[in-house]
Write a protein that binds this ligand. Structure first.
Ligand code: PLP
Length: 522
């Protein structure tokens, strides 16, 4: 870090060195960007406002007693700062996003157009119900299609993410068990192949979590699971397709065994993308399952938008589902906001959120469903699975596929780091991919596989896009197998090279300190 007369500038390699041969540190259109505190000054401001008339402060001891220290920038400076930063993001609109389990698929522009219609975009959650009948109809129609596609009984639309949906499902299970006088069931069984949010959810809801091992094939060990069932088990949480990218073929047998032992079955349906239109979870004996609209139904996620995790329920759990929900009555659509004596929701466990859920995601997801139709949705699953298997098989003999012999995968291809050169691991492959212009795949997850690399292409990639990605991954993997030391310090072309990620996670620096002040204090 250096300070010179013209202000503070980020440290950068010497001009003339091979990595940054420019005065500015910019590399053509790859622009360097400092922190806003470093480019702005607390003495400048972007607006000129007349000094306020002095008034008697009523803040007392709460009055600020030193400058707030926020940097001032002009409007173009502020706009450029944030635009430059935004260009350092990777996005689904830039290229293939191979993050396994995340289903980073194209967000169709038609969805965006519909979501921006003023009748949907400009309404308020507290608007009188008779002025927002169209919006309620959208929620009702989407609920209808989610229930139809999953073969379940009813759906809670309000949860705002997959993990939030899991909590919703587990709270419904808890309410159902308590209603039966079986609140003493305190154990939730979670297979090793489950998503990490599953045990976290169960623990958060006050359950103790017990692991069920995976078979050498990467699926739930049915015998081990059945053996553990008993009067203390509230239920199971099973990710299907699981995080090894495999379909749990014993799902029906698992559900039957859990029900026979008095428990309930939660299915993590975040990976519904792989089976939509092909399998109805309701036929597999599931009691509750969340659906990530931001995965299967293409609504934006990550930096692009909020998630939405509706939860579908079996008849056994439906009476305990959260409020509110939309009901069709003779006169139109009605929002049920409170428990009433009516039998079908008198047992509701309460609310997950203040209002009705993510309206902007409902409009997008319904648009996606209606524009695909039944045959189109079925093809989504088929193409997602085909694309993942194309990647899996194209890397045969290059990367180790621990369950490659278990037959085709579902929507994601799982590799391990076991055949890389001594001293090389998954992180080196991931960093090499950054230099190739890709966001890395999901790394070191699932935990059942050493150095896991989980790749999910989704159905929205063309064969040409897949071939280019496969070429890049093969090239990086070959370098890691050959022990190419340059890979150990990759990425070389990113704005910043390899960071100390452990230090960043353990001791994040979240508050900017003025280096001049820090220097003066020394
Ligand atoms: C993405 C995902 C989740 C969590 O969903 P969020 O919307 O990120 O909370 C849970 N389980 C699986 C299998 C997932 O892929």
């Amino acid at each position: 870090m250096t300070i010179n007369a013209s202000g503070w500038r980020p440290e950068r390699p010497e001009a003339g060195s091979a990595t940054a041969p420019t005065f500015t540190g910019n590399r053509a259109l790859m622009l360097e960007e400092a922190l806003i505190f470093e480019i702005g000054s607390t003495e400048t401001t972007g607006v000129e406002v007349a000094a306020p008339a002095t008034v008697q402060s009523r803040l007392g001891s709460l009055a600020r007693n030193r400058p707030i220290g926020l940097p001032g920038l002009s409007e173009p400076e502020a706009v450029r700062h944030y635009t430059r930063l935004s260009r350092q993001n990777y996005a689904i609109d830039l290229g293939l996003f191979p993050l396994g389990s995340c289903t980073m698929k194209h967000n169709p522009r038609l969805n965006e157009k519909v979501a921006r219609l003023p009748g949907f975009a400009d309404i308020h959650p507290l608007a009188p119900v008779d002025t927002v009948q169209g919006a309620l109809e959208v929620i009702h129609q989407l609920a209808h299609w989610l229930v139809t596609l999953t073969g379940m009984h009813s759906v809670a639309m309000s949860p705002k993410a997959g993990a939030h949906g899991e909590l919703c499902g587990i709270l419904a299970i808890r309410a159902a068990l308590e209603a039966r006088g079986e609140g003493h069931r305190k154990v939730i069984l979670v297979p090793e192949s489950a998503h990490g949010t599953n045990p976290a959810t169960a623990a958060f809801a006050g359950y103790s979590v017990e692991d069920i091992p995976a078979t050498s094939e990467g699926r739930v060990d049915l015998a081990a699971l059945t053996a553990r069932l008993g009067p203390d088990v509230a239920g199971v949480m099973i990710t299907n397709p699981n995080t090894c990218g495999l379909f749990e073929r014993d799902m029906r047998a698992i559900s039957d065994a859990v029900h026979a032992a008095g428990g309930l079955v939660y299915c993590d349906g975040a990976n519904f993308n792989a089976i939509v239109g092909r399998v109805r979870p309701g036929d597999l004996g599931i009691d509750a399952m969340h659906i990530n609209l931001h995965k299967t139904f293409s609504t934006p996620h990550g930096g692009g938008g909020p998630g939405s995790g509706p939860v579908v329920f079996s008849p056994a759990l439906a009476p305990y589902a959260p409020l509110p929900f939309v009901e069709k009555t003779g006169e139109g659509f009605h929002l049920v906001e409170e428990e009433t004596a009516e039998e079908h929701h008198a047992g509701s466990f309460g609310r997950m959120v203040a209002f009705q859920g993510q309206m902007g995601m409902f409009t997008r997801a319904l648009t996606y469903i209606l524009s695909h139709g039944a045959d189109g949705l079925r093809q989504v699953a088929e193409d997602a699975v085909l694309n993942a298997n194309y990647i899996l098989r194209s890397l045969d003999g290059v990367l180790d596929a621990p369950f490659g012999a278990s037959g085709p995968c579902m929507h994601e291809a799982l590799f391990s780091d076991s055949n890389l050169a001594e001293g090389f691991s998954t992180i080196d492959v991931a960093k090499g991919l950054i230099d190739e212009g890709y966001h890395p795949m999901t790394m070191y997850f699932p935990l059942v596989v050493h150095g896991a690399m989980l790749v999910e292409p989704t159905e929205t990639e063309s064969k040409a896009a897949l071939d280019q990605f496969i070429g890049a991954l093969r090239s990086v993997a070959e370098r890691a197998k050959a022990g190419d030391v340059a890979l150990k310090s990759a990425p070389h072309f990113a704005p910043r090279s390899r960071l100390d990620e452990t230090l960043a996670a353990r001791k994040p620096v979240l508050v900017w300190k003025d280096p001049e002040v820090a220097l003066a204090a020394e």
